[in-house]
Design a protein around this ligand. Sequence first.
Ligand SMILES: NC(=O)c1ccc[n+]([C@@H]2O[C@H](COP(=O)([O-])OP(=O)(O)OC[C@H]3O[C@@H](n4cnc5c(N)ncnc54)[C@H](O)[C@@H]3O)[C@@H](O)[C@H]2O)c1
Length: 300
Amino acid sequence: MHVAVIGAGTMGSGIAQVCAMAGHEVRLCDTDATRNEAAVHSMRASLDRFAAKGRLGDEEPVDVLDRVSLQTSTAAACTAAEVVIETVVERIDVKHEVFREVVAAAPDGALLGTNTSQLSITRIGTVLGDDAGRLVGMHFFNPPVLMRLVELVAGLPTTPATVTRAEAFARSLGKETVVCRKDSPGFLTSRVSAIVRLECLRMVEEGVGTPADIDKALRLGLNFPMGPLELGDFNGLDTYLHALESLEQAHGDRFRPTVTLRNLVAAGRLGRKSGRGIYSYGSDGTMIEGSGMEDGGEGR
Ligand SMILES: NC(=O)c1ccc[n+]([C@@H]2O[C@H](COP(=O)([O-])OP(=O)(O)OC[C@H]3O[C@@H](n4cnc5c(N)ncnc54)[C@H](O)[C@@H]3O)[C@@H](O)[C@H]2O)c1
């Protein structure tokens, strides 16, 4: 199949790689050409790792990369697309601008997917007019090459046929699907992970346990692959605060961000990317052992 991936950041690059590894022809498009180049770099490194583990079958990394072409124009990326997956920044105005271009350029029957983590599919689709029935949330997880789930989200106008097509496409990538049948903020996954992380932050504030012990408890006792507090630092506490604010707006008080989280973000302690968050990090990005903040204090 011909697939257009619009946005070549963290997710777009991974999704393009997954599609190419499944044998699809991919046009990867970012308006910032340096992001396209960086995406090729990271795909090549990842494909080398797959090859080293014997997980590319008969193919070489270069064979897979040959199926990915780079574009800086959305229209050019979409002309032959049977599937378009939008993975641009999480801003409704940017997504609207992209989908206006997509619907004008893509073939009439193309399946339209958005990788939004929490924006309303229905709202994104308002610029599509009668074509909104072809839009579905296709929520991949980070890193797309390793995570097995694609969460499909039906907007109000999304047709059942669109959801069925998206399920088949995700299966062609070797992924499992779940369907969030209502366009509800936080879908099925982000809503639960937000509440778990929030509870962990509340325990830090109450001094019930250290961040390291809370993370360890969830990793070893509840089988979480990564502690929720570490993950918050990894993804960025500003992103997390923003997500909680919109969930609070949609679902009420149980998602209200903690005072500590607000203070950390106000102080620019955003997690790994700023060198300090709930934990502190060395210049190479590794966490400094024992550096977790305690009792909602400032940490070391
Ligand atoms: N990072 C994650 O863990 C994650 C997980 C699931 C879903 N998502 C969602 O995926 C989407 C992308 O997230 P990301 O982390 O890859 O962001 P990112 O910032 O790494 O990449 C976004 C890319 O979009 C590009 N872009 C901006 N405007 C554009 C346009 N008009 N046309 C083409 N490209 C454009 C930017 O140059 C950038 O390279 C967001 O909606 C996000 O909520 C992210």
